[in-house]
Design a protein around this ligand. Structure first.
Ligand code: UP6
Length: 256
């Protein structure tokens, strides 16, 4: 047996959000996160409703929504509650602590009010986490550190993932895991998310590179696979989400 089950990992976690996510993964038998990268609220809510039963996490980019408004987060939260998934705003914060604090709490998006999970680049140093934490921790939010990227020619140096893991270790009250292409540390209480996933290995015209769910989970140590266009651009997103869910969960089950 190569890995611990989601259930076992849930029992080891200190952070309530990590516990909750592993619990959902166990209960709904899914390690699928859908990236709903669409530009209108109604379309996003439709996708959330359609793929909701098959996912543990819904990842969005609120800043690409042309009609974002203050009612939208409430509607999304309702769908998340109905289908039992968590909401991840993929804002990829990357500035000084003071600025990210404002980006997280102010502006038209007020992300901290509705996003269970956010992510940030560790590049600016510990201050970025101190800034985000000030707002997020009291609401029970969690942050993923971007340790590696899926894109061709990215500038992430070889020792960066290691330094990122070190960061995570020092901020366990807020950091719940990583975005990356391989498992950084064996610690089972961090969740590893991997984007750049399609059923067929391929790429897009802007540097995105895809591997299969099986490769990500069995060879690279992903816990949660992030799938965007592979599902949202499919003729039947619901059936396709079910297909990815099965591929992801089978790959995980084979390691147990
Ligand atoms: N994403 C990546 N690669 C990274 C980090 N994040 O693709 O290294 C995000 C993108 C997009 C999603 O911002 O929302 O994951 C991938 O979408 P796709 O499956 O349609 O390529």
């Amino acid at each position: 047996r190569k890995i611990l089950s989601f259930k076992e990992r849930a029992s080891l976690c200190q952070h309530p959000l990590t516990k909750r996510i592993f619990g959902i993964m166990e209960e709904k038998k899914t390690n699928l996160c859908v990236a709903a990268d669409v530009t209108f609220c109604a379309k996003l809510l439709e996708i959330a409703e359609t793929v909701g039963p098959h996912i543990c996490v819904l990842k969005i980019h609120a800043d690409i929504l042309e009609d974002f408004n203050s009612e939208f987060p409430e509607k999304l939260k309702d769908v998340a509650k109905k289908h039992n998934f968590v909401i991840f705003e993929d804002r990829k914060f990357a500035d000084i602590g003071h600025t990210v604090y404002m980006q997280y709490t102010k502006g038209i998006h007020t992300i901290v009010e509705w996003a269970d999970i956010i992510d940030c680049h560790p590049l600016p140093g510990p201050g970025i986490l101190e800034g985000l934490k000030q707002a997020g921790i009291k609401k029970g939010r969690g942050c993923l550190l971007i340790a590696q990227m899926s894109t061709k020619g990215n500038l992430v140096p070889a020792n960066y993932p290691e330094a990122t893991a070190h960061f995570a270790d020092h901020h366990r009250d807020f950091v719940i895991g990583f975005i990356g292409q391989s498992r950084l540390i064996p610690d089972p209480t961090f969740i590893n998310f991997t984007p750049g996933i399609k059923l067929e290995e391929s790429s897009d015209s802007l540097g995105q590179q895809y591997v299969t769910p099986q490769e990500a989970i069995q060879n690279r140590g992903a816990d949660v696979i992030i799938v965007g266009r592979g599902i949202t651009d499919a003729n039947d997103p619901q059936a396709t989400a079910a297909e990815y869910k099965k591929a992801g969960f089978d790959a995980y089950s084979q390691l147990l």
